[in-house]
Design a protein around this ligand. Structure first.
Ligand code: ZN
Length: 154
């Protein structure tokens, strides 16, 4: 586990704009909670930081109609999960996977991805300077990827 002081120091050193967006999602998360009858539910953990994310998706005709999350952990992991639920609503499964792919490439340093195309998700790109925290930012996205893959197998 990373020590709490170190986590706070890293969060403090993010650029102001990025930090404000992340903290705003962390303090007032969108789509937090569970869906009454989700099409698919998945969860994931990031043991390095103690983050947990549960994700519920309601999928109709191949389109994500609703997405909600629950979880606990650092501000980056929870803000990223909340941003994810906003970003994927209304997307087809293919579009959601393409977004996962673009976000994942952004976070792993692929310079060909234009962060500005990703809206609020751009704020998470500031985390790249802390490689260990990239796992915090991508946790919910790995859960999304697993959820979509499980639907495709069904
Ligand atoms: Zn974390």
């Amino acid at each position: 586990m990373l020590d709490r002081e170190e986590l706070r120091r890293q969060e403090q050193s993010l650029d102001d704009l990025y930090r404000d967006i992340i903290l705003e999602y962390y303090r007032s998360p969108r789509n937090r909670g569970r869906l009454p009858s989700p099409t698919v539910s998945r969860d994931g953990q990031n043991p390095l930081c103690g983050d947990e994310v549960y994700l519920d998706l309601l999928v109709e005709d191949g389109v994500i109609k609703e997405a909600r999350f629950q979880g606990q952990g650092c501000s980056i992991s929870q803000a990223s999960a909340s941003m994810l639920t906003e970003a994927v609503r209304g997307l087809s499964l293919d579009e959601a996977e393409a977004l996962y792919d673009r976000f994942h490439r952004l976070m792993t340093g692929d310079e060909t991805v234009d962060p500005a195309e990703l809206g609020d998700l751009e704020a998470l790109s500031g985390v790249r300077k802390f490689p260990v925290r990239v796992k915090c930012a991508t946790l919910a996205w790995h859960v999304l990827d697993e959820a979509i893959k499980s639907l495709r197998k069904a």
